[in-house]
Design a protein around this ligand. Structure first.
Ligand SMILES: Nc1ncnc2c1ncn2[C@@H]1O[C@H](COP(=O)(O)OP(=O)(O)OP(=O)(O)O)[C@@H](O)[C@H]1O
Length: 610
């Protein structure tokens, strides 16, 4: 299984992303050709034992220990006890110079609070990583913690690279996967398969599948596509799109769906007996067919891995947690700090838990539940929102001063996200003001005039600002615009933070960048344009739903309408230091545009072209 790095859709190597149209360049790794595993006798012990599911009992365990879920919130210096307040004041000089800019009060509180479990809850643009770095430096300089006793965990290689440039050399900075890999290496001689290798194993499975299984797959795919077909015809009658989607679905939908299901199944720690439980708890024929195939493939896949002494990424994290629980660790961390904690999956949580249990380390996590946008990869916002149910008696520190967005923008974005009552309440404050920073644009109906209008807006903004960032829900949104306007893209997705759009004829336009909303996380720009804010199947919010079979294995990130798309919109809005331009359609506006108009009209500017 793999996901499009741009829009998060499931994608097959060597195939077009069904949403963006971008092509994965690396070829699907050749699977080691083997006879079907069932037929091959092996005396080798399976590398991975079945992992027992105990997530549901964990919070109860903590609750029974404490009597209730305890948490204490810290927002101002008055919330500190005398000793800690004195410590903060005594180190004021240090906090002024530890980073490139002096720390604010809440950032300082985050550095000095030092209970076993600390959760830093922060808003967009409040300097989360900035604070984490300051805290680590504080621990070393003022608490005399040895750098090698500190473990800093993050989710992406980019973030690890970034942190490595800013922290003392001996601090151990790793992604979860690199930590898992290093633990496994000490105990097993196994190789870890790449994420997308499961697709090759599915190919192998299909090549060997019996006629009944193949018939089941065809039946399932037929009904899968029919649902989408009727939806599109009803809404738009768009033949071209229909054909494109038909091809995409028949070619690429089934295998990634199966891969996705297995990944979430393992990532959320389900065991084989859950298949019969799922099947007995539903009366949907298509679901039953799918679950039957998934169970068969799961057995095939696990046997395949065992036979080749291989593990996948989920096994790696699960197995390393088990090894730590059983044998402990070579290193004795005193502090574990985790960045972007809102992106935690069950397996990540389990690894942190076993690390802490063995080392007794103090844990600090930092994150923003309003920016949790990777539910499709198995992240569970619950671990952040209900931190106190997973780690005992945490101190919760709020960082609420934003340095990026004007107050008016933060107010609009904040009240929009807080419609979902499950999000943690924060009151973000900014020293900057800007009147009506969110501009809703209704362009002309005529597509040529519309493109010209958007082009002129970009050009105009590029003259006035240092940088302009164009955001689309999918890459396809951006590609369509570029294609029709004789512009070119420049940049390397893997290497560059920003990808450029250049006008071949106008050399002055060299500060215009583009990203999908998902990949804009962590970035900022002077002005932001979000395109295609229309009510459409492929508009924003996207109505392209994941298949309902994934509900068996997915986490509950989606219990409020568009909750994840809503957070994605919040991420997009908060990338701007000044204005955000929302390109919509007066006759077919996105539901999010309608909501903004209903709730925040006084802070919006509506610009209509005829
Ligand atoms: N105490 C401070 N004083 C001045 N500027 C600060 C301070 N803390 C952070 N900043 C600045 O605020 C901006 C936002 O910081 P940063 O990108 O680390 O925020 P973030 O919390 O990671 O945001 P997001 O989650 O939205 O990506 C940066 O330009 C950073 O230098």
């Amino acid at each position: 299984m793999d996901f499009c790095s741009e829009c998060g859709s499931m994608i097959l190597n060597g195939s077009k992303c069904p949403m963006c149209g971008c092509i994965k360049t690396a070829e699907t790794k050749e699977v080691k050709k083997t006879p079907r595993p069932e037929k091959k006798k092996t005396n080798k012990k399976p590398v991975i034992e079945t992992f027992t599911k105990d997530i549901k009992t964990e919070p109860e365990k903590i609750a029974s220990k404490n009597g209730k879920y305890l948490k204490k919130d810290y927002k101002s210096i008055d919330d500190l006890d005398d000793k800690t307040r004195q410590e903060l004041l005594a180190n004021d000089k240090f906090f002024k110079t530890v980073n490139s800019k002096p720390l604010d009060t809440q950032q300082k509180i985050a550095c000095v609070l030092d209970s076993k479990n600390v959760q830093i809850i922060a808003g967009a643009g409040t300097g989360k990583t900035f604070t984490l770095i300051a805290k680590i430096k504080y621990l070393i300089a003022k608490k005399h913690v040895r750098p090698e006793d500190i473990l800093c965990l993050s989710f992406s290689n980019t973030s690890v690279r970034d942190l490595k440039g800013k922290l003392p050399e001996n601090v151990e900075i790793r992604t979860f996967h690199s930590l898992g890999r290093s633990v496994i290496k000490q105990h097993h001689k196994v190789s870890v398969i790449e994420n997308n290798e499961i697709l090759a194993i599915i190919n192998d499975y299909l090549a060997n599948a019996n006629t009944d299984t193949l018939k089941d797959i065809l039946e399932f795919c037929d009904s899968y596509f029919l649902n989408i077909e009727s939806y599109i015809i009803r809404r738009n009658d768009r033949k071209e799109l229909l054909n494109e989607l038909k091809e995409a679905f028949t070619k690429v939908a089934f295998k990634p769906l199966l891969a996705d299901f297995i990944n979430l199944f393992k990532g959320n720690n389900f065991t084989k007996d859950y298949f019969s439980y799922f099947r007995s708890s539903n009366d949907d024929k298509d679901h039953d067919i799918f679950l039957k195939i998934a169970e068969d493939f799961y057995s095939y896949y696990q046997k395949y891995l065992d036979m080749h002494q291989q593990i996948d990424f989920n096994d790696m994290i699960n197995e390393s947690s088990k090894l730590i629980k059983k044998y402990g660790l070579k290193k004795h961390y005193r502090y574990i700090l985790v960045d972007e904690y809102q992106d935690t999956t069950y397996t990540n949580y389990n690894l942190i838990k076993s690390l802490q249990d063995k080392t007794d380390a103090h844990l600090t996590v930092v994150g923003d539940d309003w920016q949790s946008i990777y539910g499709f990869r198995g992240t569970n916002i619950e671990f952040f929102s209900h931190f106190e149910e997973y780690f005992e008696n945490p101190q919760r520190i709020f960082i609420e001063k934003t340095y990026r967005n004007p107050q008016e923008l933060i107010d609009i974005a904040g009240s929009f996200i807080m419609k979902n009552p499950k999000q943690i309440r924060k009151s973000l404050k900014s020293p900057k003001n800007l009147k009506k920073p969110v501009k809703i644009i209704y362009p002309q109906k005529n597509p040529i005039e519309k493109r010209e209008m958007i082009y002129n807006l970009i050009k105009d903004l590029s003259k006035k600002s240092e940088d302009v960032l164009i955001l689309g829900r999918t890459n396809n949104n951006i590609n369509q615009f570029i294609k029709h306007r004789n512009l070119v893209k420049k940049g390397n997705l893997k290497k560059d933070k920003f990808l450029r759009i250049l006008d071949k004829t106008d050399k002055s336009m060299n500060n215009v960048y583009y990203r999908t909303l998902h990949s804009s996380k962590g970035l900022e720009a002077d002005n932001v344009i979000i395109i295609n804010m229309v009510d459409d199947y492929l508009g924003f919010p996207s109505k392209l739903k994941t298949h309902s079979v994934l509900n068996y294995v997915n986490t509950k990130n989606y219990d409020y309408k568009y909750s994840e798309e809503r957070r994605l919109f919040y991420v997009g809005l908060t990338r701007s230091k000044n204005n955000v331009y929302l390109i919509s359609d007066k006759n077919n506006p996105s539901e999010f545009i309608e909501e903004l108009i209903d709730d925040s009209l006084e802070n919006l500017e509506i610009i209509e072209y005829n």
